[in-house]
Design a protein around this ligand. Structure first.
Ligand code: IPD
Length: 264
C-alpha cells in the first residue's frame, strides 16, 4: 500500500491543477458551448479538456495503464492498472453556474479500488482515500454519518437522465424516503454526494443508473470512512451494476429495506 500512498501525492497535484482549469473556465463559460450526448445529458469542451489533462497525467504516472473515462470511453491497457474517471461530475450544475461539481478519479489495481480522489472544485476541498489507510478531507480523517435510525438520517440521491423502465418504482422509493427519513437532498453530483457521505454530512446515499466513473472514487472514500456499500439487493454489483446504496452502518439495512419494497 505504500506505493499507492506515494502515487497519491502527484495524483492530487494533477487533480488540483485540472480543477484550477475548470474553475477558470467557469467564470467565462456560456451555455452556447454546450453539446448534447443524449436527453438532458450535456457536455462541453471543459469536460473534454479536463479528461485529456487527467488521462495524459495518469498515463505518465502509470505508463501502460488502462482508462475508463466518461468522455473518452474505454482505453485499453494493463488490465491490472486501470483509472476510472469522471473529469467533471455535475456537468449540469457547472453549465448553470451552480457550485456543486467535482473531479472524481479512482485507481484500480488487480481488480480492487486502491486510490480514490474527489475534488470539490468550487470549494477547493480535496477528498482522498487509499485502500486500508482511511479517508481524508484536506488531511483530516473522515468518518461516515453515525445515524442509528432512518428517522434521524439525512439522505442524498439523484435521478438518471435517461428514462428507465423502473422509474415509477424509483419514485416510490423516493416518496418513502421523503416521508420516513429526516430529509432527502439532490445536489446533482453523485461523486460529491458520496464524498459528503464519507465526510459525515449525509447518513446515506442511493441512486439508480450511475456509471462506474460516477461512483468508483466515492465507493472507496465511503468504505474507508467506515461506511457500507451495496447494490439495491444488498449484493456486490455496485461499481458497474448501475445501482448503489451507500450509508453509515447504522442505517444501511434500513435503507435497503425501503428500496426492496419496490426492487424485489
Ligand atoms: C451525473 C451526476 C448526477 C447524477 C447523474 C450523473 P454527470 O453525472 O452524477 O448527480 O444524477 O445520473 O450522470 O453527467 O454530471 O457527470
Amino acid at each position: 500500500m505504500a506505493e499507492y500512498q506515494q502515487l497519491l501525492i502527484p495524483l492530487v497535484e494533477l487533480v488540483r491543477s485540472t480543477g484550477e482549469f475548470i474553475r477558470e473556465e467557469s467564470s467565462k463559460f456560456d451555455r452556447s458551448q454546450v453539446e448534447f450526448k443524449g436527453v438532458n445529458d450535456m457536455v462541453s469542451y471543459v469536460d473534454r479538456t479536463s479528461e485529456e489533462k487527467l488521462v495524459e497525467g495518469c498515463l505518465k504516472l502509470v505508463p501502460g495503464s488502462a482508462v475508463i473515462g466518461e468522455e473518452g470511453g474505454e482505453r485499453e491497457g494493463n488490465p491490472n492498472a486501470r483509472w476510472i474517471m469522471d473529469p467533471l461530475d455535475g456537468t449540469t450544475n457547472f453549465i448553470h453556474g451552480l457550485p456543486a461539481y467535482c473531479i472524481s478519479i479512482a485507481f484500480e489495481a488487480y481488480g480492487e479500488l486502491a486510490i480514490g480522489i474527489i475534488y470539490d472544485v468550487p470549494n477547493d476541498h480535496m477528498f482522498t482515500a487509499v485502500a486500508g489507510q482511511g479517508a481524508f478531507h484536506d488531511g483530516e480523517k473522515m468518518i461516515v454519518g453515525q445515524a442509528k435510525e432512518l428517522s434521524g438520517a439525512l439522505l442524498a440521491t439523484g435521478f438518471p437522465y435517461a428514462e428507465i423502465g423502473t422509474y415509477n418504482d424509483y419514485l416510490s422509493v423516493f416518496r418513502d424516503f421523503v416521508t420516513e427519513a429526516q430529509g432527502v437532498r439532490r445536489f446533482g453530483s453523485a461523486a460529491l454526494d458520496l464524498a459528503w457521505l464519507a465526510r459525515g454530512r449525509f447518513d446515506g446515499f442511493y441512486e439508480i443508473g450511475l456509471n462506474s466513473w460516477d461512483v468508483a472514487a466515492g465507493i472507496l472514500l465511503v468504505k474507508e470512512a467506515g461506511g457500507v456499500v451495496s447494490d439495491f439487493y444488498g449484493g456486490e454489483d455496485y461499481l458497474f451494476g448501475k445501482q448503489i446504496v451507500a450509508a453509515g452502518p447504522g442505517v444501511h439495512a434500513a435503507m435497503l429495506e425501503v428500496i426492496r419494497r419496490y426492487f424485489k
